[in-house]
Design a protein around this ligand. Structure first.
Ligand code: PHE
Ligand code: ZN
Length: 902
């Protein structure tokens, strides 16, 4: 390691804090030039610490300007404390004392958006993970919990609204200024602190909890967004109700506030009683927000609300435990969304997200277990692994134990650890203790990285009436973890007879006399065996099997693994039609599509003309025919059909092979889309027309399903270069009564190479921009539609967009609408052979490094995946990583990701 390079923090070095802070009083005086923070802490030596020190070591950001340090009201002299960058050490302090510090900060210059900063005209905070230290000197670690009392003092007319956690207990004014004091009765770690000062409007509602307490609900925004808060309010009330019913969790304060801010690094933040949201995750209005946007609002509002228990009441001991709150809370928000809409479609989207983001991460240089054992910068561990795979791990516990027993486990967990800062171990222990279960081998999921690969084959013995699954699991090596042990996972299996019905299941005990069967789930026509798969190689024998079955494996995606089973295309078509498990019907459609696309990739690589297997076309036709026949049948799930018609993404197709041929994958997928579009044009148009409707927008699951099927059909209709559907698409663009339809139409135009679409797309883009110039989130879509277009020449387009007056590096949403859309969602153009896409991304990372390190490190991940590509591209990508690494004053965030990748 070079001198001066940042050091890794390791889980094994964890020690309890040497001091505790029983009470935290903040006085924040906001002025245009400088904000003064006066902090009064009641400090005491931690009786559990064996560190044997009498020095108090506080954390503080680089920008703090210390004005005074007092112990028990006495100013410390310069030899009683030492200030180094980011550390303040108070020498030889008493066992109990009051510490008062005053610092000056400049939120208006804080472009990293961590700590106290300005979003437009308002002040707001983001303290997770380590932002609080940018506000004041503190013990900024989640196992130091304290009671907070916060006074905000600001100009009355500029900042009429002053908010913090808990209840407002006092207020006053003098001259042009006013102040409000907030008190939070719950102990909390500093990362849950929040403060807002601004000229805000709000909507208000109330919720009566299960024990009959009335809670005031408020959503705050700047005035131009106040008409887009209703859906978030509805989602909040639904979340509160759902958490009472599904987990027995009641809200605990008299007020719950959400504030929408425009500049925010992530989605949203669960600060106690005062959630702060990226506008993109809270605002929704029919004409500005797509169905996907509505779903995101519902999911994120739920997610942050659920954190009140899984995260706030029971919090994390240290940041290695991040998945304790995030994995569990993602599972909770997924269950909530499923309960509000179509469970199968939700599951499909969750799995697609896992495969699209987490699988590649787990196969790359940043691969880490859901409980990492070392980090340089914790910001880099808010990952798909910690969140999405973390949710899958808790999901597996639920599957292994069964829903009711899982609930017993969560009840015990919340009960036992309320008010504590705990570890993932304590979560698993509660699950075991509540059920007398043994999850010792299961714990490997917390410490082992990598996506296990399952290879399964099936053997039918007609004479014995047995069907045997020979299953093998293997987990590939990941950085720092060469050898892996076998994982314990639930393998959910059904066996279909020739009529497509689930067979009754009997599972034979293993050679050790122990049955691998956890239980059999019987639900509407389903017979699913939940099997304990624990060995590297294991046989599962089903008895009394009267004919050769088609197995439905890993039902509901019962484990986050890659499964290989040698299905014939006819078997896949059979599963698509008959599998009682909806997720596996979709999965069969995807497997069939993968096989067919991979075949076409081979043909393209051989210079042959693409031949698309007719069975895939037939499968799509069956789905479309059904959509016509059952158009008015309310039990028919249009969203599910839409999902089955969407081909696997280029990212996922790349993920499935050792070395990805980006161009061939793109051309093959396009060729298959083209074949479907041409051969099924009649029925596609029929489905489109049947689902075209101009009744008023409703965000309901049924309406959303109708729109998604219609817009999938539209995208196919617009696929061929000689399409005649441009007028139809333009008509939809012009007459659309909701952003879902507007955006599907403009996307189809922008992505079309058809000569007839060229003028139409320019007109639509111009019209769209002027129509929506006041709506930041819609303008984000305008940028992103263009930056993600797979047509040739996208990079020049993207560079032009950077010059647009509405572009800004300082607003993360706007930045992502161009850079993420290009580098993450536009594979062909990003990976163009000349390496120009790579140079562009590196330039952006270098530019952003000094402005917003957290976001800079996040956008660079496509470059870290260089091992996936051919030798020439590998060299080009590595050269750009090297160039980033040589940038002076590289942030810890970027340094960690780049240094691990080269
Ligand atoms: N804890 C936030 C969540 O709910 C995520 C977050 C992390 C937000 C860091 C901001 C900064 O997932
Ligand atoms: Zn979260």
């Amino acid at each position: 390691m070079k001198e001066g390079q940042p050091k890794a923090i390791e889980l094994k070095d964890y020690q309890v804090p040497a001091y505790l802070i029983d009470s935290t009083e903040l006085h924040v005086e906001i002025n245009d030039d400088v904000t003064l923070v006066t902090t009064t802490l009641i400090v005491r030596k931690n009786p559990e610490s064996t560190a044997g020190t009498s020095d108090l070591v506080l954390d503080g950001g680089k920008e703090l300007v210390t004005r005074s340090v007092k112990i028990d009201d006495r100013d410390l002299s310069s030899n009683e404390y030492g200030e180094e960058p980011e550390v303040l050490t108070l020498f030889d302090v008493p066992d109990n004392f009051t510490l008062r510090t005053q610092v000056a900060i400049k939120p208006q210059d804080n472009t990293a958006l961590e700590g106290l900063y300005k979003s437009g005209d308002m002040y707001c905070t983001q303290c997770e993970a380590e932002g609080f230290r940018n506000i004041t000197w503190y013990l900024d670690r989640p196992d130091v919990m304290s009671k907070y009392r916060t006074t905000i003092d600001a100009n009355k007319s500029q900042y009429p609204i002053l908010l913090s956690n808990g209840n407002d207990v006092a207020r006053g004014e003098s001259g042009e200024r006013h102040w409000v004091t907030w008190e939070d009765p719950f102990m909390k770690p500093a990362y849950l602190f929040a403060l807002v000062a601004g000229d805000l409007q709000h909507i208000e509602d109330s919720f009566t909890t299960m024990s009959g307490r009335e809670v005031k609900l408020q959503i705050f925004t700047e005035s131009h967004n106040i008409d887009k808060c209703d859906y978030a309010m509805l989602s909040l009330k639904n979340s509160m109700k759902w958490d009472e019913e599904a987990y027995g969790r009641e809200y605990d304060l008299d007020i719950f506030m959400i504030v929408a801010v425009e500049s925010f690094n992530m989605g949203a933040m669960e600060n106690k009683g005062l959630n702060i949201f990226n506008t993109s995750c809270v605002l929704a209005r029919a004409d500005t927000t797509t169905d996907l946007g509505y779903q995101r609002v519902e999911a994120v509002v739920g997610h942050e609300y659920f954190h009140n228990w899984s995260g706030n009441r029971v919090t994390c001991r240290d940041w290695f435990q991040l998945s304790l709150k995030e994995g569990f809370t993602v599972l909770r928000d997924q269950q909530f969304s499923a309960a509000m809409g179509s469970p199968t479609v939700c599951r499909i989207n969750d799995v697609a997200r896992l495969r699209g983001a987490q699988f590649p991460e787990d196969a790359g240089p940043m691969a880490h277990p859901i409980r990492p054992d070392a980090y340089i910068e914790i910001n880099n561990f808010y990952t798909a692994t910690v969140y999405e795979k973390g949710a899958e791990v808790v999901h597996m516990i639920r599957t292994l134990l069964g829903a009711d027993n899982f609930r017993k486990g969560t009840d015990l967990y919340f009960d036992r650890h309320d008010g504590q800062a705990v570890t993932t171990e304590e979560f698993v222990k509660a699950m075991e203790d509540a059920n007398g279960a043994d999850l010792s081998q299961f714990r490997l999921w917390y410490s082992q990285a990598g996506t296990p690969v399952l290879v399964i084959d099936g053997e039918y013995d007609a004479g014995a009436g047995t069907y045997t699954l020979n299953a093998a699991q293997q987990c590939p090596a990941t950085p720092g973890q060469a050898d892996k042990q076998a994982n314990h996972m639930p393998l959910c299996v059904g066996l279909l007879d020739s009529a497509g019905q689930d067979m009754p299941l009997t599972v034979r005990a293993g050679s050790d006399g122990v049955s691998p069967l956890a239980y059999i789930e019987n639900a509407d026509g389903q017979q699913t065996a939940v099997l304990n798969f624990t060995q590297a190689q294991q046989q599962f024998v089903f008895e009394g099997v009267t004919e050769k079955p088609v197995p439905s494996l890993l039902r509901g995606f019962s484990a986050p693994v890659k499964l290989s089973f040698d299905y014939s295309r006819d078997e896949l078509m059979f599963l698509m039609s008959f599998d009682a498990d909806g997720f596996n019907r979709w999965e069969a459609s995807q497997r069939l599509a993968v096989q067919v696309i991979q075949e076409v990739v081979g043909q393209i690589q051989q210079g042959e003309k693409p031949q698309v297997d007719a069975r895939l076309i037939t499968a799509c036709q069956n789905n479309l025919d059904q959509a016509v026949e059952r158009n008015l049948d309310s039990t028919f799930d249009k969203a599910m059909i839409a999902e089955m018609l969407v081909l696997p993404s280029e990212t996922y197709l790349a993920e499935l092979v050792e070395v990805a041929d980006v161009d061939a994958i793109h051309s093959a997928r396009e060729a298959v889309r083209d074949a479907i579009a041409r051969q099924l044009s009649g029925v596609l148009l029929a489905v489109y027309k049947l689902n075209q409707d101009d009744k008023a927008f409703e965000p309901s699951a049924t309406e959303c399903a109708r729109r998604s099927l219609k817009n999938v059909a539209l995208a196919y209709l617009m696929q061929p270069d000689d399409t005649e559907m441009v007028p139809l698409c333009v008509a939809q663009y012009k007459s659309a009564n909701c952003m879902t339809d507007t955006s599907a139409a403009i996307r189809a135009l922008v992505n079309s190479a058809a000569p007839a679409a060229q003028l139409a797309k320019e007109e639509a883009l111009t019209q769209f921009y002027h129509r929506w110039v006041e709506e930041a989130l819609v303008i984000d879509q305008w940028f992103s539609v263009q930056a993600s277009s797979p047509l040739p020449g996208a990079l020049d387009k993207v560079k032009a967009l950077l010059e647009h007056s509405a572009f800004s590096m300082k607003n993360p949403n706007r930045l992502r609408s161009v850079v993420v859309a290009f580098a993450f969602q536009n594979n062909v153009n990003f990976h163009s052979k000349d390496g120009a896409g790579y140079t562009f991304l590196a330039d952006m990372v270098i530019g952003l490094n000094s402005i917003n390190p957290l976001v800079a490190a996040r956008i660079l991940s496509p470059l870290t995946r260089w091992r996936k590509y051919d030798a020439a591209r590998q060299e080009l990508m590595k050269a750009q990583l090297q160039r980033i690494l040589e940038t002076p004053e590289l942030s810890k965030d970027v340094f960690e990701v780049v240094s691990k990748s080269v």
